[in-house]
Design a protein around this ligand. Structure first.
Ligand code: AMP
Length: 314
C-alpha cells in the first residue's frame, strides 16, 4: 500500500489550549507536562499537513518544549505569550480509562485571552476550533475567510458553563467531535442516534461521537459509520486521545482535499489510529516519535480488525 497521504496538503488552522497537564493514571503520574487541546491536535495533524496553531501561554510556560512541534512544521507564530500563569489542567483516571476526572482547571491567562488570528492564517481552508471557551471559538470564526471545513470540539466544562454560546456555535460549524457522555449531556438524549440528530438539526452535518475504547461513530443526515478503537494491550494515559483523533481526522482530510463520504470514513479510521498512538505514553511523547510508516501500518491493522466474509453459506 502506498502512503495514505497525497501531495495536495492544505493548511489546517487550530485554535486551542496550550496547557501544562498533571495527570494520574493507574500506571503512573506526570506533573506539568505539555498538554492542551491545541497541542495534541497539532502533534497529530502535523503528520499529514502543515498546521497553524493559535493559543496563549503564560510567562511561566517552557516555550522551548514546543520546539519539537515547530520542527514538525507547526507554525507557532499565533501562540501568544501573556503576562500571568499558563492554563493548567489536573486530571485523574481510575480503572475506567474512558473517563477523566477533572481535579482542577486553572484558566490563568486563558481567562483574558482574545484569539488574534495572524493575517497569514486567515485563509486556511481547514479550521479546527479545539476545546476552548465557545465564546472564543465564535471570535475565531469572525476572523477567518470562508474555510472549506470548520470543525469544533467541546467538553463538559463548557457545556455546563457556556451552553447558549455553544449552541450558537453549532450554527456556524460543519462538523463537531465530542465523546458520548458530552453528546448526552449537551442534547439531553441518552440515545446517541437521537443525540446526533439533535446536533445535526442545530447545524453541523457531520457529528463524530467518540466512545473511548469502544470506537467512534460518524453520523451524517443520510448515513452512520462506525470504526472500532484499536485494541491496545496497554493504555498508559488516555489524555489527548480525543484531540489526537481530531488531528488525524482533519489532518488527513486536509492532506487529501477530499470531502467525499468514502474519504471521510477513511479519515475516521486515521483519527482512531492517531488516538491509539496518543495513549501509549504520557503527554504528546508517542505522537512525536511515530513515523508515517507506523501510521500506515496501524491503519492496515484496523482493516484486518473488521474484515470478514459476508458469504454466510448454508
Ligand atoms: P482530550 O483529548 O479530551 O483527552 O483532551 C485533553 C486535553 O484537554 C488536556 O491536555 C487538557 O489540558 C485540555 N483541557 C482540559 N480541560 C480543558 C478546558 N476546560 N478547556 C480547554 N482545554 C482543556
Amino acid at each position: 500500500m502506498t502512503s495514505i497521504v497525497g501531495s495536495a496538503a492544505s493548511q489546517v488552522l487550530v485554535v486551542g489550549s496550550v496547557a501544562l497537564d498533571s495527570v494520574e493514571t493507574p500506571f503512573g503520574k506526570a506533573d506539568e507536562v505539555l498538554g492542551g487541546s491545541g497541542n495534541y491536535f497539532a502533534s497529530s495533524a502535523s503528520h499529514f499537513t502543515p498546521v497553524q496553531l493559535v493559543g496563549v501561554v503564560g510567562d511561566d510556560y517552557p516555550l522551548e518544549k514546543l520546539a519539537p512541534l515547530a520542527a514538525r512544521g507547526v507554525d507557532l507564530s499565533g501562540v501568544e505569550k501573556a503576562e500571568g500563569t499558563s492554563f493548567r489542567w489536573r486530571g485523574r483516571y481510575r480503572h475506567d480509562l474512558n473517563s477523566a476526572e477533572t481535579l482542577e482547571t486553572h484558566l490563568g491567562v486563558f481567562s483574558h485571552f482574545r484569539p488574534k488570528i495572524p493575517e497569514q492564517f486567515r485563509r486556511a481552508p481547514f479550521v479546527f476550533l479545539a476545546n476552548i471557551d465557545p465564546r472564543l471559538q465564535l471570535q475565531v470564526l469572525e476572523q477567518v475567510e470562508k474555510p472549506q471545513l470548520v470543525a469544533c470540539d467541546t467538553m463538559n466544562f463548557w457545556i455546563e458553563s457556556r451552553r447558549p454560546e455553544l449552541v450558537e456555535l453549532l450554527g456556524h460549524v460543519d462538523l463537531i467531535t465530542l465523546n458520548d457522555a458530552e453528546a448526552r449531556q449537551l442534547t439531553e438524549h441518552t440515545n446517541l442516534v437521537q443525540a446526533a440528530r439533535w446536533i445535526m438539526d442545530k447545524g453541523p452535518k457531520h457529528v463524530l461521537i467518540k466512545k473511548g475504547e469502544h470506537g467512534a461513530f460518524m453520523f451524517t443526515p443520510d448515513s452512520i459509520f462506525f470504526a472500532p478503537a484499536y485494541p491496545l494491550e496497554s493504555v498508559f494515559d488516555p489524555t489527548g486521545a480525543g484531540d489526537s483523533f481530531a488531528g488525524g481526522f482533519i489532518g488527513y482530510l486536509a492532506a487529501t482535499g477530499d470531502l467525499s463520504d468514502r474519504n471521510m470514513r477513511r479519515a475516521v479510521v486515521v483519527g482512531s489510529a492517531m488516538g491509539s498512538f496518543a495513549v501509549e505514553k504520557f503527554s504528546n511523547t508517542r505522537l512525536l516519535e511515530i513515523t508515517r510508516d507506523d501510521i500506515d501500518a496501524r491503519v492496515r491493522e484496523f482493516r484486518q480488525l473488521v474484515a470478514f466474509d459476508t458469504e454466510l453459506g448454508a
